[in-house]
Design a protein. Structure first.
Length: 256
């Protein structure tokens, strides 16, 4: 979740996925993607909390935690051109245009994150990321993911764009604006995206977001039968379904 301060409060960078995607086609989402085999396996110049710190927050192993952080940095760069790295441990690049070719190679898997950072003499800035949440796809879904959410503030001088094959449209919106569009049926939000936007809407500045003391508990929605209907249960699911536009309510609750 890439955020920045705006006139009406924090804004978050959102993408509408192209319709041809195998998962969440047409949905409005945050930039993201999967862990590559090369993520976290090579020696990377690293600044910020060590993998052990991340492992404790995300309740996973150190190698997996390192891979998750590397994947977050790589996918953020691939999908919106924002690079959480710098020439030194306490700096961050202010203009990523010089790395455009490398961005394309990363997206096409012609270049690993470790090789890119080494060749460019850049340090991965893990301290610019904040662990935020962990959602696991329900067992009823054919495609399942164990998703970790991170927050990062847009580095000064950098621009987020939509130059990725996975996004049909990109926008900066306040969480409240994004939720209003969802209620109006203009965007489609899956429960995990809705939940994070709902949480972010409670902060007045990005500094408050980064200062939040977040305790991460894995959330896996469960489909249960209630009064003859199948209902998807997750934290605040009643609020989600109460505001869900009528034409999509059958996605979360239906009768046989």
């Amino acid at each position: 979740m890439l955020v920045r301060d705006g006139a009406a409060g924090p804004e978050v960078f959102l993408q509408r996925r192209v319709g041809a995607m195998a998962f969440a086609a047409g949905m409005t989402v945050f930039p993201g993607g999967g862990v590559d085999p090369s993520d976290g396996t090579a020696d990377i110049a690293w600044s910020g909390p060590e993998p052990a710190w991340w492992a404790a927050r995300f309740q996973t192993t150190e190698p997996r935690a390192k891979a998750l952080v590397c994947a977050a940095v790589r996918e953020t760069f691939e999908e919106c051109g924002v690079l959480l790295a710098g020439p030194t441990a306490d700096s961050v690049v202010s203009d990523t245009t010089a790395y455009r070719d490398a961005r394309g190679k990363l997206e096409r898997r012609e270049l690993s994150l470790a090789a890119f950072l080494a060749e460019s003499e850049l340090v991965l800035r893990a301290d610019l990321l904040l662990p935020w949440a962990n959602w696991i796809t329900p067992v009823v879904e054919q495609r399942r993911y164990d998703t970790r959410f991170f927050v990062a503030v847009l580095p000064e001088g950098q621009l987020a764009d939509g130059a990725t094959s996975e996004a049909a449209d990109v926008q900066w919106r306040t969480p409240a604006q994004a939720l209003d569009r969802w209620r109006a049926g203009e965007d489609i939000l899956l429960p995990p995206t809705w939940s994070q936007l709902d949480a972010l809407s409670r902060f007045a500045t990005t500094a408050e977001i980064l200062a939040a003391d977040v305790v991460i508990e894995p959330i896996m929605p469960e489909l249960t039968r209630t009064d003859g209907a199948q209902v998807l249960h997750f934290p605040d699911n009643k609020r989600y379904f109460a505001d869900l536009p009528d034409q999509r309510k059958l996605r979360g609750s239906h009768r046989d």
